[in-house]
Design a protein around this ligand. Structure first.
Ligand code: ACO
Length: 271
């Protein structure tokens, strides 16, 4: 499928979605939200996709919401605004956050405002050293909404989160890594290679087990310890039923065959 605002590339079981409005620094307009809903539904359905990478075309990752098309033009049309917001929430939280496959944000440049919402719900984020990050909402008179304040308050230390929320100052990729907004920073020419290395490692894991790891992590974030213990036990049993106990193969390969060491590498699973 082709999209007005996105490029989608599939190679070696890795799907890359590139936000493709480079002339607007990949700001998210209502059409992009609709396109992302459809593209992520396709990724979820696609058994040939094991890892999803999201990045931006040109020198920008994503300059946040399109302040004109998303906010200004819909200001007198609450219905249109509501529809755009519904689509934005659907792809970011209803699809990307809980996608049963690993997701990696490859932050290639500017990253502002609403981009933090979906950056925060990607499983991993690798940034080019020339990327810049900022919660610029306060700089033009709004608050970081759409989940952004909630997500940075969970992901970052409170002082770092409030620094971004209240100063609106842009920070370097190195600073973003120190704050743990991203996993690591790399030279611009190494960004794709680093992301593909991580994707290759994730591809070696049993995808069913990975999907359960992720679901349990996401749900545990909202539970008490007692609830989490019960939920994890239930999910373990469900995985045994769905995943056919491939962990038996892992134990046999380690204890009988002595063909690998689970502390250092991944088992060879057959379902
Ligand atoms: N919404 C709409 N258009 C945008 C956005 C945006 N968020 N960001 C950039 N653009 C447009 C610019 O208006 C300009 O359009 P034009 O060529 O038609 O005039 C084009 O993209 C290029 O932008 P420049 O400002 O010329 O590029 P420059 O490299 O000088 O600066 C920067 C890039 C820093 C990203 C700047 O464009 C900027 O500050 N953008 C706004 C970022 C922002 O505050 N985003 C948060 C929005 S709030 C939210 O997401 C909830």
């Amino acid at each position: 499928m082709s999209y007005e605002t996105l490029l989608v590339d599939k190679a070696d079981e890795i799907t890359t979605i590139t936000l493709n409005r480079p002339r607007a620094k990949n700001a998210m307009n209502p059409q992009m939200h609709l396109d992302m809903c459809a593209a992520l539904a396709e990724v979820e359905r696609d058994d040939g996709c094991r890892v999803l990478v999201i990045t931006g075309a040109g020198d920008s990752f994503c300059a946040g919401m399109d302040v004109k098309e998303y906010f200004y033009d819909t200001d007198k049309s609450p219905g249109e605004r509501a529809a755009a917001r519904k689509a934005a929430f659907e792809w970011m939280f209803g699809r990307l956050r809980v996608l049963p496959k690993p997701t990696i944000a490859a932050v290639n440049g500017w990253c502002f405002g609403g981009a933090f919402a979906w950056l925060s719900v990607c499983d991993f984020a690798i940034a080019s050293e020339n990327a810049k990050f900022g919660l610029s909402e306060v700089n033009w008179g709004i608050i970081p909404a759409g989940g952004v304040t909630k997500l940075v308050s969970t992901l970052l230390a409170p002082r770092d989160a409030l620094y971004l929320v209240m100063t609106g100052r842009p920070v370097s990729a190195r600073k973003a890594a120190e704050m743990r907004l991203v996993n690591e920073t790399v030279a611009p020419e190494k960004l794709r290679e680093t992301v593909l290395d991580l994707a290759a490692e994730l591809k070696k894991k049993n995808p069913t087990v990975l999907a359960y790891c992720k679901e349990v992590f996401r749900v545990d974030q909202t539970l008490s310890l007692e609830e989490a213990l019960a939920f994890e036990s239930a999910k373990w049993m469900e995985l045994d039923a769905v995943g056919k106990k491939t962990w038996h193969q892992g134990v046999e390969q380690f204890k009988q065959e002595r063909s690998y060491r689970p502390g250092l590498e991944t088992y060879r699973w057959k379902s």
